[in-house]
Ligand binder design. Sequence first.
Ligand code: G6P
Ligand code: MN
Length: 445
Amino acid sequence: MRKNPVITIAGAGSLRIPALIGSLIYYKETLPVAKIILFDIDEERLQRVRAYIDLTLKEYYSEAEVLFTTKEEEAYGDTDYVLCNMRVGVDTMRSVDEKIPLKYGLVGQETCGPGGFSYGMRSIGAMIDMVNTVRTYSKDTWILNYTNPAAIVAVALDKVFPEDKRIMNICDQPYSMIKSFAKILGEDMYDLEPRYFGLNHFGWFTSLKNAKTGEELLPKLKDYLMGHEFKPFNAEQRDPSWLKTYKNVNKLMQFFPEYVPNTYLQYYFFAEEIVQDSDPSFTRVDEAKLGREKKVLDILKKAETQGNLTDIPLMQGEVFGNLMVEVVDSIHNDLNKVFVVIGRNGDLIPNLPEDAMVELASYLGKEGAKMIPYGEVKPFYKGLIEGQYAYEKLTVESYLEKDYTKALQALTLNRSIVDPVKAKLVLDDLMDHSADYWALEKKEL
Ligand code: G6P
Ligand code: MN
C-alpha cells in the first residue's frame, strides 16, 4: 500500500461524483492521494462530469494525477482503493423499478420491495465481474462498495468471495441520520458514537453516546423525536419526498418508541399508505432529475461552457462524498473510527443467522472493519430481520441458480409484498422489462 494512495472511482459518471471530488479536496491534508482515476463504462456519462472535475482538480488538487478512462485495465490495473458506485441500467431502469410495482399496488422504490429485487438482479452480476477483474490485478486493493441495493450486493459478494477480506459494503443513510441527530442535539457529529443493528436499509439505532463525555444521548433524542418533526440536517436542500421519509420516523416511533428506526423501514411498515401517496407517472427518479440532479447538472454545464470556474461553487458531498473519503482515511491511516457498515454476522448477533450480512457499528482500520458485537436482539426485531434476510438470501440464490421459484419466494417474504399473487405479477412484469440484464424461466401456475 502506497503512502499516498491511488483511488479509482467506479461509476464516475454518477452525478454524486463531482461532490465526492470536493470531499477529496476537503480532506487532502489528512488523506493526500497520489492519483484519482475516474472510470465509467459509459463514455457519455463520464463526459458530462469531466470538464467540472478536471477544472476543479487543477485548481484545488494540482498535486494529484488525474485519469479519466472507460478501460477496466487502466481503472483497476494499479490502484489501492476502488470506490464502487455503479448503477446498472442507469435511470431508465430505476424508473422501471419504481413504476412497475405501483401498477400492482406495491411500493415503488429503488432498493426496497420489488424495485430493490429488480435492481439487485442487475447489480449482482456486474459486481461479481468487477471483483473478479480487480482481483486479476491485485489481492490487496480495497473494494469499498456503495452500489445498491447494498443489502443484496453484500450477500452476493459474501457468498461468491467468502474469503476476501478486502471487500466492504457501506451505506450512507446511517451517516446522514447521525449528522441529523447531531444537529438536533447541538453536538458535533464526530463526537457521537452510535450503536445500531439490523440489515442494510433495515435497522435501528439503539444508543448514541458522546464519546468525549460518555453521555448517553438516545433518551434525549427519542424525547425530541416523539414531539418534533424529524428533519434531515440539510432539509432546505432536500426534495419533498425525502422530508416525508424522515417524518415517517416520527410516525413509526409512535408505535415502537424503543429505538430510532432507519428511515427505510417506512417502506415495510407503511407500504399501503406510501403506495397511495405515490404518483405512478412521477416517482423518485423523476423528482431527483428535477431537483437534486438538476442542481448538479447546471453547475457541470456551466463549467463546460465557460471553460473556467468563475462564479462556480466547489461542491462537497456532505453525506455520500464525505463518508466515502472518511472511510478511506480511517482504513488507510488506521484511525479505527466508528462507522456503521455491513458485514457477515458470525456470532455478533448470536440469535440471527451466522451468514446474514448485518449492519453494525464497527471500527475501521488497516485490517478492515472490526464489527462491534451486539448481542441478542429481541423477538420483534429478530422476526423482522429473519424474514428480510430470507428475502435477501433467496434473491441472491435465485440469481445465481437461475431459480424462478426462489424469486417468487423471496418476493412473497418481503414485508412490502406478502401476497404471492401480487409477487408473481410483479416478478413477471419486471422480468419482461429486464431482458437485457437478467432472465429466469417463467413458471405458469
Ligand atoms: C440514501 C441511501 C442510498 C440511496 C440514496 C438515494 O442516501 O442510503 O442507498 O442511493 O439515498 O437518493 P436519491 O436522492 O437518489 O433518491
Ligand atoms: Mn443506502
